[in-house]
Design a protein around this ligand. Structure first.
Ligand code: ZN
Length: 290
């Protein structure tokens, strides 16, 4: 990513993770126009900036290249609104090259795969059989130009589908659908398949809920129990107990409706769900510790 950005003539400021105040200071001092990182860190950047009186609308910042974890459309909209940028989704993995396998163009209708460097296939995760265009399955990658450490038919565990039609932007490379699920981030709770992204979709549509949440799965007396800890806006915390109970009930009803599973919802105060500089840890599955 670093050398690719330099190749197009841009200046790179390698900031690393952590020390968010310093990031904000550098962004202001250097007049940064683009930011690269995980989407959850972008939100954290917005939060710290807002707290420190940074007016993002007045900064030269205009675009964000995000990746490393799933980012739904609601989360994307939130990042764009708060940082005043246009956010794109990018895909890569350490075993292949890191960032740079695929990325969205200005049309944002799938991630263009850099096919001159990577051969992408979609296979059935159960049988390993190659699937046709448009059918969702597991992404398998082969590096074509990588030296010293080539990778042949690497199974990514990421679920997506390919679109081979030329894009409206004029590029003709294959596009892969945004990765929302992995073959292995799926939770099975009381026999029901649950993807963390389904929980996120429900939560971020509800007014007053912040884009920070945590899913906790436990086993009590042989029975799975799923709890969703949700960070809510200050004004949701009310002196009227009945209002809080109604709000919690509404969130849990909506989750039940989508997941087909009863979920305990706990409201937590703004800023209490742990923030990380890297990938957000959304799921705590305590069952495996038993
Ligand atoms: Zn395009």
């Amino acid at each position: 990513m670093h050398y690719g950005i330099e190749r197009i003539g841009a200046t790179v400021i390698p900031a690393g993770s952590g020390n968010t105040e310093r990031h904000l200071m550098m962004m202001q001092d250097f007049g940064t126009t683009a930011v690269v990182g995980t989407p959850s860190y972008a939100l954290y950047l917005a939060e710290v900036g807002e707290r420190n009186g940074v007016e993002f609308s007045k900064l030269p910042l205009r675009v964000g290249l995000f990746g490393g974890e799933p980012c739904g459309e609601h989360m994307r909209a939130e990042i764009e609104r708060r940082l005043h940028i246009r956010a794109t989704d990018n895909y890569g993995l350490t075993e292949i090259i890191g960032p740079g396998v695929a990325g969205e163009c200005e049309c944002r209708c799938g991630l263009h795969i850099n096919e001159d460097h990577f051969l992408a296939e979609i296979v059935d995760p159960e049988t390993g059989e190659t699937l046709p265009e448009g059918v969702e399955g597991e992404l398998v990658l082969t590096s074509l130009t990588k030296e010293a450490f080539p990778v042949l038919r690497f199974r990514t565990h990421d679920l997506t589908a390919l679109d081979l039609a030329p894009c409206a932007c004029g590029r003709t490379s294959a596009r892969m659908r945004k990765v929302r699920h992995r073959t292995d981030d799926m939770l099975i709770v009381r026999g029901v398949n649950v993807y963390p992204s389904q929980v996120e979709d429900v939560l971020l549509k509800i007014e007053g809920i912040e884009p920070h949440y945590q899913i906790v799965v436990d086993r009590e007396h042989g029975m799975d129990r799923m709890e969703v800890r949700v960070e809510v806006a200050e004004e949701i915390f009310s002196d009227v107990m009945a209002d809080m109970v109604a709000f919690t009930g509404n969130v849990s009803d909506r989750l039940n409706g989508v997941l087909g599973l009863s979920v305990k919802v706990t409201l937590v105060e703004p800023g209490t769900v742990e923030r990380t500089a890297g990938k957000a840890k959304r799921v705590m599955d305590n069952r495996s510790l038993e």
